[in-house]
Design a protein around this ligand. Structure first.
Ligand SMILES: NC(=O)C1=CN([C@@H]2O[C@H](COP(=O)(O)OP(=O)(O)OC[C@H]3O[C@@H](n4cnc5c(N)ncnc54)[C@H](OP(=O)(O)O)[C@@H]3O)[C@@H](O)[C@H]2O)C=CC1
Ligand SMILES: O=C(O)[C@@H]1CCC=N1
Length: 275
């Protein structure tokens, strides 16, 4: 029988995971979501057929897994309000929050709990998510396996054995869909400048990204070699790639990912400190 999974918070990230789970065949009856407003929950009931509640305590009563998916800034209040209920039933806790350590979450929830930190991303919505996972010492092998199954139902999952690496996962996949969406915006604008209509430019840019990612994932060749195969000597791509190198694309990506991981560390210090 499927484990009962309750999501505390039903926004962009939890919504994407729940939709991906249902689409992959996870029984909707085993999924519960909570939010502060029923207007958030109604489409999830209607479209996914999952259980919903605005009462966090009632929602976790039968949960094997509680997924904490509220904003990091609201997490402490939510955890402290759930402490008694969680200590009563001791479910597996999975937090998707950026910048909140397993120790901090465990402490807010009353201690001695199995806590997994998961850094997913929103393409989980279409079964193409990429998640990083870290487990504290209380997590059993069976619970690790369960978390792997849950996240693999919406994409790929990679375990890290050192918690700070979750910040690196945040930089390379949690936040990274936004980098690609930014590229789509920029490529659409540039395509329009070259005379294409916006819709055509957008569709061609997105399909090209999908094609490049699919091809690279299926190929034995490195990205560098695949890149060289597109670059005919003296041709067009060579000029474009040289421009990207000179404009500092590598440096920009390095800086963006460093800033992302740094922000996760700052959030950990700001939100995790004792009063
Ligand atoms: N967005 C992303 O791409 C990613 C986000 N994350 C993490 O996911 C978490 C959620 O982010 P995101 O989904 O973007 O945020 P959203 O603002 O979209 O969703 C937050 C949800 O939490 C609900 N909520 C707030 N307070 C409570 C409460 N007391 N009890 C129950 N539910 C509550 C809100 O309810 P209501 O709708 O009624 O206001 C809302 O549904 C964050 O911790 C973030 O770090 C991780 C990876 C990627
Ligand atoms: O921007 C954020 O803080 C969250 C975490 C990763 C993606 N979105």
């Amino acid at each position: 029988m499927a484990s009962n999974v309750t999501f505390i918070g039903a926004g962009n990230m939890a919504g994407a995971i729940m939709a991906g789970m249902v689409q992959s065949g996870y029984p909707a009856a085993a999924i519960t979501a909570t939010a502060t407003r029923d207007t958030t929950l109604q489409p999830l009931r209607d479209q996914l057929g999952i259980n919903t509640s605005t009462d966090n305590h009632a929602a976790i009563a039968n949960a094997d897994v509680v997924v904490l998916s509220v904003k990091p800034q609201g997490m402490r209040k939510v955890c402290e309000s759930l402490r008694e209920s969680i200590q009563g039933t001791r479910p597996l806790i999975i937090s998707v929050a950026a910048g909140l350590s397993a120790d901090t979450l465990e402490q807010w929830l009353g201690g001695d709990l199995a806590v997994i930190r998961c850094m997913p991303n929103t393409p989980s919505l279409v079964g193409a998510g990429a998640s990083g996972l870290f487990a504290n010492d209380n997590v059993s092998d069976a619970q690790r396996e369960l978390a792997t199954q849950l996240m693999e139902s919406v994409g790929i999952a990679a375990w890290v054995e050192e918690e700070p690496l979750i910040d690196a996962v945040t930089a390379i996949s949690g936040s990274a869909p936004a980098y690609f969406f930014l590229m789509f915006e920029a490529m659409e604008d540039a395509g329009v400048k070259l005379g294409l209509d916006a819709d055509t430019a957008r569709r061609l840019a997105m399909q090209t990204a999908l094609g490049a990612a699919t091809m690279a994932m299926r190929s034995d060749k490195s990205p560098a070699e695949l890149k060289r195969n597109v670059m005919s000597p003296g041709g067009t791509t060579e000029k474009a790639v040289a421009h990207l190198e000179q404009a500092g694309l590598r440096n920009a990506l390095d800086g963006a990912m460093q800033a992302c991981a740094q922000r996760a560390r700052e959030m950990s210090a700001e939100l995790g400190k004792d009063d």
